[in-house]
Structure formats: structure tokens, C-alpha cells
Write a protein that binds this ligand. Structure first.
Ligand code: FAD
Length: 371
């Protein structure tokens, strides 16, 4: 029997498993690997199947800023010990306007936890990032060194490698059912096998409710998100080589600089998530969303928007879209709590920004279940 079984080996689950394995024996983590062929895959999916997630400390909400800061401070240790690099410190630029207080709120929160940021005028933005076309009344908030992007795929690999090195058993399977009762908890796997654990931590993101893995209703809203990727080549590669990650406060757009993907090409990515996006409850609908190309309307809207912000992208003629899901909680923060006495806990609800601070959310979950 295992002491603690973590269900789900994504960003939260792999982090929690590492922290647990470095604290105690008897830890297992069950979760499938990323499918090689998405369209032909019949199992669950994860929100970490990508090469780029924005990371930065500044955020209008203190909990997000603190979780990011604590995690970012540990990135180099995780990279060095695992030998897997996942952080690129390209910096972060928030683009605001007088009608938005987003940058001011981010700067204020950052100041309370000692993060260095710089305020930029529209002229500063133009001279520092000449490829950006912003209005004359735009303002900017810059975070360097601690901000940039991480590869969520590589981060999961790094965490999993360290977890395994510390003694965790990693099981590549899906959990079909969690059965309570008696002194232990039984985990039924899709492969037909079963495992027993004293305690279970569920970290299955947007699939938690659809897979029936929480004994209580967590009131999660799972949104389908579409992202658009532009292939960057030729002169654009040099022009955008100093590009930071960007949040455009008025539109809510988040933009990642050109990042190399497994096909060897570099892609710049944009997404804008809104409450008008489709929501999903059923397992089959979630799976279908991951196999599709997302919203055509979003694809056209995002392409138009990014071409206005970075006019040289009008020369780019290779665009495609991808899909992902965001798990939103009622509080806007991850839910990390017991859902069944002191035996089953959950760590879910990345709210579209859980990657950067995943190591800290995983640590909080580990400390909850193994006090
Ligand atoms: C388009 C998009 C862009 C984003 N951009 C950013 C960003 O720039 N910065 C940022 O910080 N965050 C970003 N996020 C959010 C971030 O990716 C998520 O918050 C993060 O992935 C949440 O981690 P998680 O571990 O909760 O879920 P996941 O990473 O989805 O991991 C859940 C894991 O559970 C597994 N699983 C599911 N069901 C089962 C089952 N039945 N049995 C076993 N395993 C199961 C899955 O396979 C998966 O590996 C973005 C999300 C999306 C969709």
C-alpha cells in the first residue's frame, strides 16, 4: 500500500509529487503521458501540452504574485538538479492605457513583495520594442530577469525526473475511479489494475469533475480556449529576437515570443480568453475539444489583433490554431483542500495562470496532505 497517491501528472501533480517524494517514502503518481497522436487518442488530455507558458511575478492578486515568486526562485534548482531546462528569461511587458489600472495594480502588488519593475511611456515602448505598434497614450510595465516563459512540457519532465529520483513511483495510466472505505482508498485504473493508498491527492485539472474524481462538487468552470500560432522565419526571427512575453491589458490578450516547437520551427503565440468561450462538463466534449482546432471566430479575431500590434506579422503567411482548457474556480485561486475527511484532497484550478507558480501550488498541496 502506498502512503500517498497523486492522481494526475501535470503541472500541479508533478510538482506535488516531487515535494512529497523529497519529504517521505511511499509516494506514487498516476497519470498518462502526452499522447503522440492527439486526434487518435481516446483518453484524457492535459493543459500542459505546449512549449510556452508566460511566467512573471507581477499580478494584481497577491496570492498569484507570491506563488509565482516562490516558484521562480526555485526554477534554477529544479533545472540544475534535473538537468532539464525549462525557463527562458525573455522578460515581461504589460501594455496598458489610461483607461486600465492593470499595470498600476501589478506594480503595486509587486512592490509589496519586493519585485523590481520599470514603468515605460509609449515612447519608451517604441524605442525599446520597435516592432510593437502601440497608441501614443499607452503605458508599459516591465519585469526582467524573473519573467519570461517556461516550457510546461519540460517542467513536468523535470519535476517527474526529480520525483522519481527521490523514490516516487510514476505510473503511466488513467484513473477510472476512486473508492473510499475502510482504512485505505482504492484507485481503479483504466488498464484494469488497482492500487491502494492511505491518502490521495487529486490534481487532474479540467478533467476532475468530468472523470468524477472529487467526491464533492468543486463548482469548477472548464473553458475551451483557442490559441493562434504564427510561424516565425526569415527576417522576422531577428526582428522579434528581443521580444518579451506580453499582456495587453485592454484586450486581455497574452502573447508569447517566438519559441521553438518539436517540429523544429519557431512560433509566436497569442490567446485571449473570455467568459464567452465555450464551457464543457462532459468527458466526451472535453476530449473532442482537444482533438479539434478551436473557434474559427477566435482564430480570425486573434490574427487580426496581433497583426495590428506587430505589423510585420502581415508578412507571415503560415498560421495555425490549437486548443486547450482552462479550469476556473469560484474564488479565482486554486482549490487546495481536503474533500473527504483527511484522506482525499484536491489541488485543482489553474484559472488560466497556474503554470508559472505550479511548483508552489504543488508544495502547498504536498504540505497539506503530508503535514
Ligand atoms: C491556452 C492556455 C494558455 C495558458 N497560458 C498560461 C500562461 O501563460 N501562464 C501560466 O502560468 N498558465 C497558463 N495557462 C494555465 C496552465 O497551463 C494551467 O493552469 C496548468 O496547466 C494547470 O495545471 P494542472 O496540473 O492543474 O492541470 P494540467 O496541467 O492539465 O494537468 C492535469 C493532468 O491530469 C491528468 N489527468 C486528467 N484526468 C486524469 C485521470 N482520470 N487519471 C489520471 N490523470 C488524469 C492529465 O493527463 C494531466 O496531465 C494556460 C492554459 C491554457 C489552456
Amino acid at each position: 500500500m502506498h502512503k500517498i497517491i497523486v492522481v494526475g501528472c501535470g503541472l500541479f501533480g508533478s510538482a506535488a509529487t516531487r515535494h512529497l517524494a523529497e519529504q517521505t517514502d511511499g509516494v506514487a503518481c498516476i497519470g498518462p503521458k502526452e499522447p503522440e497522436n492527439r486526434r487518435g487518442h481516446n483518453g484524457v488530455f492535459g493543459s500542459h501540452y505546449d512549449e510556452g507558458r508566460m511566467t512573471r511575478i507581477v499580478d494584481p492578486i497577491t496570492e498569484w504574485a507570491v506563488s509565482a515568486k516562490n516558484s521562480i526562485e526555485r526554477y534554477s534548482d529544479i533545472e540544475n538538479r534535473s538537468g532539464i531546462k525549462f525557463f527562458s528569461p525573455s522578460g515581461y511587458l504589460g501594455i496598458g492605457e489610461p483607461s486600465s489600472d492593470y499595470n498600476a495594480r501589478c506594480a503595486a502588488t509587486g512592490a509589496t513583495i519586493g519585485v523590481k519593475t520599470s514603468k515605460l511611456t509609449a515612447t519608451d515602448i517604441h524605442s525599446r520594442f520597435p516592432f510593437l505598434s502601440v497608441s501614443d497614450n499607452a503605458d508599459g510595465l516591465l519585469e526582467t530577469k524573473t519573467a519570461g516563459h517556461i516550457s510546461p512540457r519540460a517542467m513536468v519532465k523535470a519535476q517527474s525526473k526529480l520525483a522519481e529520483k527521490a523514490g516516487a513511483e510514476l505510473i503511466s495510466d488513467e484513473v477510472a475511479k476512486i473508492n473510499k472505505g475502510g482504512s485505505s482508498i482504492e484507485i481503479e485504473l483504466v488498464s484494469g489494475e488497482s492500487l491502494k493508498g492511505e491518502k490521495v491527492l487529486v490534481t487532474t485539472g479540467g478533467f476532475t469533475s468530468a472523470c468524477g474524481l472529487s467526491p464533492v462538487n468543486l463548482n469548477l468552470r472548464v473553458f475551451g480556449r483557442t490559441v493562434v500560432l504564427a510561424k516565425i522565419e526569415g527576417s522576422l526571427t531577428k526582428e522579434l529576437s528581443e521580444m518579451p512575453t506580453i499582456i495587453h491589458a485592454i484586450s486581455g490578450a497574452y502573447i508569447l515570443p517566438p519559441i521553438e516547437y518539436p517540429d523544429g520551427n519557431k512560433y509566436l503565440k497569442i490567446g485571449i480568453g473570455t467568459d464567452a468561450d465555450a464551457t464543457f462538463e462532459k468527458l466526451e466534449d472535453l476530449k473532442a475539444w482537444f482533438k479539434g482546432k478551436g473557434s474559427t471566430e477566435n482564430r480570425l479575431e486573434f490574427t487580426e489583433f496581433i497583426k495590428q500590434l506587430i505589423p510585420s506579422l502581415n508578412h507571415c503567411n503560415d498560421w495555425h490554431s490549437d486548443t486547450c482548457i482552462v479550469t476556473q474556480t469560484q474564488s479565482g485561486l486554486p482549490i487546495i483542500e481536503y474533500v473527504d475527511e483527511e484522506k482525499i484532497a484536491v489541488a485543482v484550478g489553474g484559472n488560466g495562470k497556474g503554470a508559472k507558480g505550479a511548483d508552489e501550488w504543488g508544495k502547498i498541496a504536498a504540505n497539506l496532505i503530508n503535514p
